[in-house]
Write a protein that binds this ligand. Sequence first.
Ligand SMILES: Cc1ncc(COP(=O)(O)O)c(C=O)c1O
Length: 399
Amino acid sequence: MNANQPSLACLGAPPAFAEKLHVGRPNIGDRERLLARIGGILDRRWLSNNGECVREFEQRMCAVLGVKHCIPVCNATIGLEVAIRALGMKGEVIVPSFTFIATAHALQWQEITPVFCDIDPATHNLDPARIEALITPRTSGIIGVHVWGRPCAIEPLAEIAKAHSLHLMFDAAHAFGCSHGGKMIGNFGEAEVFSFHATKFLNTFEGGAIATNNDNLAERIRLMINFGFKGEDNVIYIGTNGKMHEASGAMGLTSLESMDEFIAVNRAHHHDYARTFDGIPGIALMRFDEKERSNFQYVITEVDQAAFGLHRDELHRVLRAENVLVRRYFFPGSHKQQPYSAYYPNAGLLLPQTERVCGRVLSFPNGTAVTAGDIARVGDIVRAAHEHAPAVRRALQSN
Ligand SMILES: Cc1ncc(COP(=O)(O)O)c(C=O)c1O
């Protein structure tokens, strides 16, 4: 290896990156505008409870998405819990296991059983062909997840939901700014829930939003996120505290103003990754449909051990030793996490594609904190790991 090549730190050299390169480093919009907005919040002394920034954030999101309501909430997990409850889901709800754990927890938290359905290995989203076999008299709904911001098979899911009188909603945590058939995500199912957590391409520090075109549902959701208050002293519903506060609203407005720039950077990086991984055997990059709108936030690869020469977990260790903090999403799968693994120890038998994909996916850093030069170096490390696979494996085994 010469000076232009990566060090392969697992072989004893210093890491290629002096500073850690993370998945999910936040995009920060215009600092001055954010600080001016925060100043306005302090001047008004109105910090929460449907303040000016949060109201404006909702209006701007509705305009971007072409949806009637996009109700800001404190995070997507509470957003999911509230939407599930406002829809009246109960008993059992069909969800993928291949998702962040919050999708299942939002159900189990309210003693609704998540029934895990397998995914289509080509899309990583719910496989509609596997759903009907899981429907029982206790099933009340389906929650699809637009994994990586790539929309689910929305029409087949809607047909199944309609045929069996089930509720249908989407965990759209990854999918703000994405479209399906030219229509923005936020307009599908009865409700869709976005996350604006710091790691999402558009963030409000922590936060989320529930989008719906159903006025009655929106009214119930607004009550539920504010303890059920209708008016000053009148509680008419069971509720929780799901409100977004003003500083998050300010960050949301500022992030929205830079949304096109964030997407352009992510998209360019995606193309850089495609170029740098091109020709490395066993590394398949998941692509976005360029005819639709996408936020290009997730750089997802599948590692085929036979072709690459190392298992995904070995490449994960190599890259982390080089200070490239890649992630094994959604390893090991929700069905293998507590309490679900205790409740359903054999669930994996029904989830072969989920288990396979969980063992292959590696997510790479993207966003405005990453440069094209970083991506080229990451590609060099991956290529070197492939070319020196036997030595790398021996080094990993001795460490
Ligand atoms: C698919 C999915 N659903 C739900 C969530 C929960 O979002 P939040 O962190 O805003 O509660 C996440 C967060 O990463 C997610 O990836």
